[in-house]
Each structure stands twice: as C-alpha cells, then as structure tokens.
Design a protein around this ligand. Structure first.
Ligand SMILES: Nc1ncnc2c1ncn2[C@@H]1O[C@H](COP(=O)(O)OP(=O)(O)OP(=O)(O)O)[C@@H](O)[C@H]1O
Length: 270
C-alpha cells in the first residue's frame, strides 16, 4: 500500500458505486448496481457471459460513461478523481503495442508513466520496479522479445506486470487468468496474494475462482446487469469443480431469471 495512505483514508471505500446504470446504444447492460469496496478488500465480480462484469469495472474507472448513478474512488467523485497512478488496470486483452514492435520491457515500463516526472529519464527506481514486475510474472527472460512473439497467456502476464510496475495500491483486473496455464495461474495467484497481504485493494473479474479462491474476501455476482449476490464466494461443486470443465451459461439477455446462487464458469477464450 502507498506510504501516503493514512488510517483516516482507509475508512473511505476504495470504490463506491450507487445506482450505476451503463447503456450501449441506449440498451442498459448495467442496471442500477450499488456496492462499496473497502480498502484492502479482494473482491471478485462474477456472473454469466454478457452479464455486465467488464462494463461495470470499466465504469468504475471512467472508461465507459455512466448513463446514471454515481461512482467515487477513494471518496472522490470519478469526474474529479486525478490520482490515476494509484490504480493498476489489467484489461481483458492486450490493447497496447498493436502493430508496433514493442518489447515486453517497453510495455511493462509504460506502467511507470504516471509515476515518472515529466521529461526525465527512467530512474534507478523506475528500472527496478519494471524488473520486479517482470520477475513477479515470470517473464524476465522474455523482457527484450517483441510482445507479439508471446502467447495469449504470456501477453496477459505482460499486462499484469504493467499494472504491477506502477506500484499502485488499487488493482482492477479483468479476467487476469484468461489463457494463462495452470502453473502460471498459481504463480499469479501468489503474486496477487502478496499484493493483498501488503494491503492493496484488488477487484477481479473472474469466470472461476480457481487458485484465487483462498484470496477472495467477497464475490459480487451479476446477472443480466443486476447485482444478484454480494457475499462469500461459492466454490464450485460436482461437475463444475472438475479441472477443464467447460460451462458457458446462456446470456442473461436470453435468460432473464437471475440465478439463486453465483454461477461459476470457465471461459471459452484461449
Ligand atoms: N462496446 C460495446 N458496445 C455495445 N455492446 C457492448 C459493448 N461491450 C459490451 N457490450 C454488451 O454489453 C453486455 C455486457 O457485456 P460485458 O462485456 O460487460 O459482460 P461480461 O459479463 O463482462 O461478459 P463476458 O463474461 O463474456 O466477458 C453484453 O450484452 C455485451 O454484448
């Protein structure tokens, strides 16, 4: 956690959403969602495909506009929030370096931009933070390779390293385990666990709890854009618990009945 964090500040929620509605083409896909995430909590956002998980998390960061409702980050209304260096965002897919022959190290170093003083070269601390982030995700040996030479799962780890490099105290990760093999999933879970132990706030969009299960304090469950569950995560049982279980539930649009319990899914994405 940032050394600037005072005990008074920890009483303020990291994120607060009130009656949040987000629409695409006037179709609401997040429908009146309210919750608070306390500083230091590790929270999963779960639910069927298309239930609005990504849209909700993007709305918390101002990446999609709210149709109505309010969001505040560390007690500051989103429209006035400027302290973006405190937030590490891991998007669902690699969206940087497209067509540009950027190296893994360059992408990860871009996570320091909000921390660096303008027009100053990278400091020893900047370089050390980048190396530590690459080490944490097991990609130090690929640092000088083009990011396009990496597999989808490795590219996902580059995005996580980019977020780590900025040394934020709030992390928002959209399906960080998607496409990552089992061994590296455990390594990433250990990294996220270490962040959590340091007091970071971690919000994760997840299709399944997997190796992150012991770290999750709370699960917010969406169905059809509505919050239908807020409580302890429910581990998968029976067939759903089997490794490799592939289970895609119908889109909430075609099944308007909210589930009684959180649905645990495995993404079909490679
Ligand atoms: N940019 C967009 N423009 C129009 N519709 C969108 C856009 N992004 C998402 N949607 C639609 O909004 C709904 C919610 O999508 P969202 O990606 O937030 O759900 P999700 O729960 O994260 O899904 P998944 O688990 O499949 O990633 C879906 O019906 C989706 O098709």
């Amino acid at each position: 956690m940032s050394s600037a964090t005072s005990s008074a500040e920890t009483a303020v929620p990291a994120f607060a959403a009130r009656d949040v509605v987000v629409s695409y083409d006037r179709r609401p896909v997040v429908r009146g969602v309210s919750f608070e995430i306390a500083r230091g909590e590790t929270v999963a956002v779960m639910g069927p495909n298309g239930s609005g998980k990504s849209t909700l998390t993007r709305a918390l960061l101002g990446l999609v506009p709210l149709t109505s409702g309010q969001v505040s980050v560390c007690g500051v209304p989103l429209r006035r929030f400027r302290d973006w260096a405190r937030i590490g965002y891991v998007p669902q897919r690699l969206s940087v370096g497209g067509g540009v022959p950027a190296t893994v190290r360059e992408i990860v170093a871009s996570g320091r931009i909000n921390r660096r003083r303008r027009f100053r070269p990278a400091s020893a601390h900047d370089r050390a933070a980048v190396t530590a982030a690459l080490t944490a995700v097991g990609l130090l040996d690929r640092a000088d390779d083009s990011v396009h030479e990496l597999s989808g799962g490795q590219q996902q780890r580059v995005l996580i390293a980019r977020a780590l490099a900025g040394e934020p105290d709030l992390f928002v990760m959209d399906e960080p385990m998607a496409g990552v093999d089992a061994a590296n999933q455990q390594a990433l879970a250990d990294t996220i666990g270490a962040l959590s132990d340091r007091g970071a706030t971690v919000l994760l969009v997840l299709h399944e709890l997997g190796p992150l299960e012991p770290l999750i304090d709370r699960a917010l469950t969406l169905a059809g854009g509505t919050l239908v569950g807020d409580g302890a995560p429910v581990p998968p049982e029976g067939a759903c618990a089997r490794p490799g279980h592939d289970h895609v539930h119908p889109h909430a649009d075609s099944d308007p009945t909210p589930p009684a319990v959180p649905l645990i899914e495995v993404s079909r994405r490679a």
